[in-house]
Design a protein around this ligand. Structure first.
Ligand code: PLP
Length: 245
């Protein structure tokens, strides 16, 4: 499958808007960090490039972007194959089916959606075969929505133990997606829940889990206030995506 088509003919406009949008996100991040009494350098922007055509990724690279988040293995592979020199870091942020672990293990540098021992073990095996390593975040379902991937907060400890045996995955922290369409209080509750799970887990396991990936275009300020170290931003940077089909 090719990356989904742009769905519009506004590529030149999106290219022209990119520098200003990147700058604006930096300002939003700085303002939120300041409100929270944090340094803006504690928070990293992960640009999410799903559905975004290659010229925009190339422009982002020229503007200093060094990694991209993608939610589908196939799209990530197609794009990675088109960047030959000075490859960016490719970060998987969508659910992984184990039959795609082999493809992902060859190309991606990080996965933020490890939510079962099965996924971790499939990646471990394929990373061994490819003689590669990846950084990883464990995805936690803090919204309680059934359709969401991510393990339950009560299962994270067992998942962390299972991944400890997977030495090709370096677990750096946790990731969550807030309740879809939730109001500010609900969104904040999801982000605070992830931080609390992390605090509890690193206290009991003794494993440092420095990274908290949470917050997107619409709620990155709340995420930073609640302790995010990585925000995943797509539409505020690259423009609106075509509706999912
Ligand atoms: C698409 C996506 C994002 C980015 O969403 P925007 O609202 O466009 O910023 C962040 N995280 C995940 C897991 C996504 O799939």
């Amino acid at each position: 499958m090719d990356p989904r088509p742009d769905g519009d003919d506004h590529l030149s406009e999106r290219l022209a808007l990119l520098p200003g949008r990147l700058e604006r996100i930096g300002e939003r991040m700085a303002a939120a960090a300041e409100r929270a009494g944090r340094g803006v350098s504690e928070v990293q922007l992960l640009p999410v490039s799903k559905t975004v055509p290659m010229p925009l990724l190339e422009r982002a690279r020229e503007l200093g972007v060094s990694e991209f988040g993608e939610s589908r293995v196939q799209e990530l592979l197609v794009k990675a194959a088109q960047v030959e020199e000075a490859a960016p870091r490719w970060v998987m942020i969508g659910p992984l089916q184990t039959n795609k672990a082999r493809d992902l293990a060859r190309v991606a540098h990080e996965i933020q959606t490890v939510d079962s021992a099965k996924v971790a073990q499939a990646l471990q095996r394929r990373l061994e075969q490819a003689d590669r390593r990846m950084t990883a975040l464990l995805q936690v379902n803090t919204s309680g929505e059934e359709a969401k991937s991510g393990c339950a907060a009560s299962e994270v400890e067992a998942l962390l133990e299972a991944t400890a045996a997977c030495d090709r995955l370096e677990v750096r922290g946790l990731m969550t997606i807030a309740t879809r369409g939730g109001d500010e209080a609900e969104t904040r509750r999801c982000f605070a829940a992830l931080r609390e799970v992390r605090d509890r887990l690193s206290a009991t396991s003794g494993v440092a889990l420095p990274e908290l990936s949470m917050g997107m275009s619409g709620d990155l300020e709340l995420a930073i206030e609640e302790g995010a170290t990585v925000i995943r931003v797509g539409s505020a940077l690259f423009g609106a995506r075509p509706p999912l089909v």
